[in-house]
Write a new protein. Structure first.
Length: 257
C-alpha cells in the first residue's frame, strides 16, 4: 500500500495528471521516499504518448509528424516541468559569470537564447530519434523506447538529486527533501529491470547496454559540471537531468541499430 501511495504522489509531482486527495492526507510535502516510484510514474505518463506512436506510426503518416505529436503530448502531460528546468539551466549555467549570477539567472522566469536553443535541440533530437525508430522498425519498438527512456531518465533524476547537496538554502529541492538511499537504489533497479524487458528483448543486449551506459554517463558528466559551476543541485538541474538523459538514451539507441 505504501508503494502505491508513493506512486500516486510521484505522479502528482511529475505530471498534471489528477490524483485523488486521499493520497496526500497527513503528507508533509516531501518526496524523499516517494521518489523511488519516479521511474514507474514516468513510464505511466509516457503510456499515452507511446500509444500515439503505436497507433499512428502503424499507418502511412509521416513519422516525424507522429513523433512530434508524441513529444508534444508528453510535454503537455508533464506541464513542461522538465523542459522548464532544461531551459533555466542552459541560461544559468551557460550565461552565469559565477555561482551567484548563475543561480540568479536560473531563478528568473524569462528565457534567454541559451534556453531557447536547448529546448529546440531537446525537442528536435527526441522527435528525430522517435521518427527514425518508426521508419526503421515496428511502431511498437518506438513506443517501448519512449516508455523506457521516460523511466530511466527519471531514475537518473533521482541519482543526480541524491549525488549533490542543494545549491540554495531555501529552494524547492530543499522543501521536498533529499532522496533516501533505499529510494535511490529502488529507482535505479526498477528502471534497469524495465529497460531489460522493454529494450533488451526487442533490440538485443548491445543496444540496451550502450544506451543505458551513455544515459548514465551523461548524467554523471552533467552532475560533475553542475557541482563545479554552482556547487549543488536545484529543481532546474534535476529537471535538466531528465531531458539530457532521455535524449542521450534515444540518440544512442538509434545510432546502435
Amino acid at each position: 500500500m505504501e508503494f502505491w501511495t508513493d506512486l500516486a504522489r510521484s505522479l502528482a509531482f511529475l505530471s498534471r495528471l489528477p490524483v485523488p486527495a486521499r493520497f496526500f492526507e497527513g503528507h508533509d510535502g516531501t518526496v524523499s521516499r516517494a521518489c523511488r516510484a519516479f521511474p514507474l510514474a514516468g513510464a505511466l505518463v509516457a503510456v499515452v504518448p507511446a500509444l500515439v506512436l503505436l497507433v499512428l506510426g502503424s499507418h502511412t503518416i509521416a513519422p516525424l509528424m507522429v513523433a512530434l505529436l508524441s513529444v508534444c503530448l508528453m510535454a503537455g502531460l508533464t506541464g513542461g516541468l522538465h523542459e522548464d528546468g532544461l531551459a533555466d539551466c542552459a541560461d544559468g549555467l551557460g550565461g552565469g559569470r559565477d555561482r551567484e549570477h548563475a543561480l540568479a539567472i536560473m531563478k528568473d522566469s524569462r528565457t534567454g537564447s541559451y534556453g531557447v536553443l536547448a529546448l529546440i535541440l531537446s525537442v528536435g533530437l527526441r522527435a528525430a530519434c522517435l521518427a527514425a525508430l518508426l521508419s526503421t522498425g515496428p511502431a511498437a519498438h518506438a513506443a517501448l523506447s519512449l516508455v523506457t527512456a521516460a523511466a530511466v531518465s527519471r531514475a537518473l533524476m533521482v541519482w543526480h538529486w541524491s549525488a549533490l547537496a542543494p545549491a540554495r538554502a531555501n529552494g524547492t529541492a530543499v522543501a521536498v527533501g533529499q532522496p533516501q538511499p533505499q529510494a535511490r537504489l529502488f529507482a535505479l533497479g526498477s528502471a534497469a529491470i524495465l529497460a531489460l524487458f522493454c529494450l533488451g528483448l526487442p533490440f538485443g543486449p548491445a543496444p540496451l547496454l550502450l544506451s543505458l551506459t551513455v544515459a548514465a554517463l551523461s548524467a554523471h558528466l552533467f552532475t560533475r559540471y553542475v557541482a563545479q559551476k554552482i556547487g549543488g543541485h536545484t529543481g532546474d538541474t534535476i529537471g535538466a537531468t531528465q531531458q539530457i538523459t532521455e535524449t542521450a538514451l534515444l540518440c544512442t539507441l538509434v545510432i546502435t541499430l
